[in-house]
Design a binder for this molecule. Structure first.
Ligand code: NAI
Ligand code: MG
Length: 480
């Protein structure tokens, strides 16, 4: 049906954001020019406009940052836990005060809809700092007899899908437990981490406690291999995660890896269908599908398959794709040209292997990187689209007949990060959840996060947990 009324946008102003023409690294409490003397551009993926230039971190830059963090650790470990807590509370409050600025900048630099950066990312970022601030002075009490100590310098490497939220997941527990940090944000989304550095200055955080080096994979590998880094926390692709694990083998460095996923979202015939449709849409189209725990494989019971798919397609047609700063946008820009190419390639493979493709009729903007919400049906478990992480707005559907078959298909993957179950029967949900090899299982909901709830995977999705008490333990080691 053609739309009766023309659509008028409601665009969030970007005036609140003050961009510099270029940025240094943030080391030892100040912004510093790169020793590499090199800069690279960061774009807005929705317009392809260059937003700013950021420093490239070469070996000398990483050395400088790690040295600063080593000194920073000496200062930070002398700060009483209750005072560490105060700094983190201050950071949390400052983030809340400037949350609109952060949200707009996140949407500009990374392409995610403002609705999500404003209502999901930023509240979660602040919540993580508040949560871990509360822990800082309770760690000794909780694990008193184990004599747990911070590692020292934590090297943290984060991806581009939730730039500031991944910073919060990593920085908040590291600082709460008394570690100092060198953070390396992803090359396409460094700007909110740079703004966060300003917050650290405002909060009076002692120099060297939080350091930031911008750059690419090369920069990341200098950090991973630096002798004075005591712990590495990485979120990103499985391939890079494996490389990091092998370079750390035989060293005493701590390591946590949060890698990819290929989550099954299982819809049983007794599910509340309309709710399940909403949940499945949220599960895959949230953040353009750039989500490690995305519900990217829909497993639907054969008896309701036709009805479910018809409703799902109708719902998908309503998704509004476009300007990330428009408050009505549901699906923003694909984060980079590279990621768009990867999605396009996988979708072609799905068509060539015999999947039936449905894409919504939306119009895509001329500039920028975009992909239509896509649904595949008649997918065989052996297809690439059923096995590989697409990390885009693409859902694949496989039908099943019995709960046993659903579990078998769901677990038939190299990953094990998350899963979803839709059913009105509590016993069936518990039976299924118990058999799924996944770090997080949601039932009758999806993509729900809470700083108190540990998150992490099995198999090729990585190891170690972030969030909750478990997340703290990732930054503490038993002292000998
Ligand atoms: P990536 O793993 O290359 O990048 C993630 C971070 O690691 C970035 O900060 C990057 O600069 C850094 N990095 C890259 N190579 C490194 C190295 N050798 N040593 C240390 N750090 C290194 O991921 P990429 O290429 O951006 O995305 C490729 C695919 O990975 C995506 O299509 C998606 O399937 C998956 N991915 C999964 C994420 C997750 O949250 N689990 C996040 C980002 C990507
Ligand atoms: Mg960018």
């Amino acid at each position: 049906m053609k739309e009766k009324w023309s659509y008028s946008e409601s665009v969030e102003s970007s005036e609140i954001v003050n961009l510099e023409s270029k940025y240094g690294h943030f080391i030892d409490g100040a912004f510093v020019s790169p020793k590499s003397k090199k800069y690279f551009e960061t774009l807005s993926p929705s317009t392809e406009e260059v937003l700013s230039k950021v420093s490239f971190g070469g070996k000398a830059d990483v050395d400088y940052a790690v040295n600063a963090a080593k000194e920073g650790f000496k200062t930070w470990k002398k700060v009483k836990p209750v005072d560490r807590s105060k700094y983190l509370f201050k950071i949390a409050r400052l983030i809340q005060e400037r949350s609109r600025e952060f949200a707009v900048l996140e949407s500009m630099d990374g392409g995610k809809p403002i609705k999500e950066s404003r209502d999901v990312d930023l509240p979660q970022v602040a919540a993580n700092f508040f949560y871990f601030a509360g822990w800082a002075d309770k760690i000794e009490l909780s694990w008193g007899n184990n004599n747990l100590k911070p590692y020292g310098v934590a090297g943290q490497i984060i991806p581009w899908n939730f730039p500031l939220l991944m910073l919060a997941w990593k920085v908040a527990p590291a600082l709460a437990t008394g570690n100092s940090v060198v953070l390396k944000p992803a090359e396409t989304t460094p700007l909110t981490a740079l703004l966060f550095s300003e917050i650290c200055v405002e909060a009076g955080l002692p120099p060297g406690v939080f350091n930031l080096v911008t750059g690419n994979g090369e920069t990341g590998s200098y950090l991973v291999n630096h002798d004075d880094v005591n712990k590495i926390a990485f979120t990103g692709s499985t391939n890079v995660g494996k490389q990091i694990q092998s370079s750390l083998a035989g060293t005493e460095k701590g390591l946590t890896l949060e890698l990819g996923g290929k989550a099954a979202n299982i819809v049983y015939e007794d599910a509340a269908i309309d709710q399940a449709v909403e949940g499945v849409v949220n599960g895959i189209f949230f953040n353009q599908g750039h989500v490690c725990c995305a519900g990217s494989r829909l497993l639907v019971q054969e008896s309701i398959e036709d009805e479910f798919i018809a409703k799902l397609e109708r719902r998908m047609q309503q998704l509004r794709v476009g300007n990330p700063l428009d408050k009505n946008t549901d699906i923003g820009a694909i984060n980079s040209k590279q990621q768009l190419e990867k999605i396009t390639d996988l979708v072609h493979s799905g068509v060539n292997e015999g999947g039936t493709i449905f894409q919504t009729e939306c119009e895509l903007p001329g500039n920028g990187f975009w992909f239509k919400p896509t649904l595949f049906t008649k997918v065989q478990p052996a297809y690439r689209i059923a096995r590989e992480e697409i990390f885009g707005p693409v859902l694949t559907t496989i039908s099943f007949r019995t709960p046993e078959e659903a579990v078998e298909i769901a677990n038939n993957t190299e990953y094990g990060l998350s899963a979803g179950i839709w059913s009105e029967k509590g016993s069936k949900i518990l039976w299924t959840a118990d058999k799924l090899d996944a770090g997080v299982v949601w039932s009758n909901t999806f993509n729900k996060f809470d700083p108190a709830s540990p998150f992490g995977g099995y198999k090729e999705s990585g190891f170690g947990r972030e969030g909750g008490r478990h997340g703290l333990l990732s930054y503490l080691k038993e002292s000998r």
